[in-house]
Ligand binder design. Structure first.
Ligand code: ZN
Length: 244
């Protein structure tokens, strides 16, 4: 028996930890101020049954969690996203979740901008990592063609492009003209993406930020000052799962 959880159902469930116990004979739900809701399961218990069990016992769980809400700091509890909005490419993806006993989380893109997340979806770390892997694949599928387009338009030699998960830079350009782009660029507007791409393409001509570089960039992007400011602010709009 498996549970097909709609994103709404999954978000409605309180977050919980699973504790495997070799001594437990039955599944047992407990709540404490440190760990919140803990599901203690005996050896061999089918974890796919857990969301349904929690769903059935919601009334006392909610009362108890409410009593402990200050201690548990519920505002900081992360919930799986229902959507991924990518302004860079004007795409909105809806996510459907399905738990299964796999040890990992798999995310596949389907038609009509739907993502299916399957596997250990109640494992926050693994789900977030899977979302980041998907984001990188989507960036890989869309950003390099825009670099080629801009390079062609402005007469740059198109460099090799890699997509990475940088912590604090939108992009960089190596001395061998390899442009590294941050997958998180997918969360900024197409205009700001172009600004970053042009900045890095200008580095294929000038490997510094001196006057020659600034003049070249200004000739391609008249609003470059405002865009730089906007890019600095854009970090705050990135969903937490994209960071780590
Ligand atoms: Zn630079």
């Amino acid at each position: 028996m498996t549970f097909d959880l709609t994103p709404a159902m999954l978000r409605a469930l309180p977050r919980y930890r699973i504790r495997r116990s070799s001594r437990a004979r039955h599944v047992n739900l407990t709540i404490n101020p440190t760990d919140g809701l803990v599901v203690v399961i005996p050896r061999g218990f089918d974890v796919r049954l857990i969301p349904g069990l929690i769903h059935e016992q919601r009334s006392w769980i909610d009362v108890r969690l409410e009593q402990l809400s200050d201690a548990l700091n519920v505002d900081e509890i992360w919930q799986p996203p229902e959507q991924v909005v990518l302004p860079a490419v004007n795409e909105t993806w809806t996510i459907g979740y399905r738990a299964n006993p796999s040890a990992t989380v798999r995310i596949v893109s389907c038609d009509d901008k739907v993502l299916r997340a399957t596997g250990a979806i109640d494992n926050e770390t693994k789900l977030r990592a899977a979302l980041r892997r998907w984001l990188k694949r989507r960036a890989q599928a869309t950003l390099p063609s825009r670099v080629a387009e801009l390079a062609g338009m402005h007469g740059f030699n198109c460099a090799r492009i890699t997509i990475r998960h940088q912590r604090s830079r939108w992009g960089s350009c190596s001395t061998r003209n390899t442009i590294s782009l941050n997958a998180k660029l997918m969360f900024v507007s197409a205009e700001l993406v172009d600004h970053v791409l042009l900045h890095e393409l200008c580095h294929t001509v000038h490997a510094h930020h001196g006057d020659a570089f600034q003049n070249l960039l200004a000739s391609l992007t008249p609003n470059h000052r405002q865009q730089r400011t906007a890019l600095r602010k854009a970090w705050s709009a990135i969903p937490s799962w994209a960071h780590r």
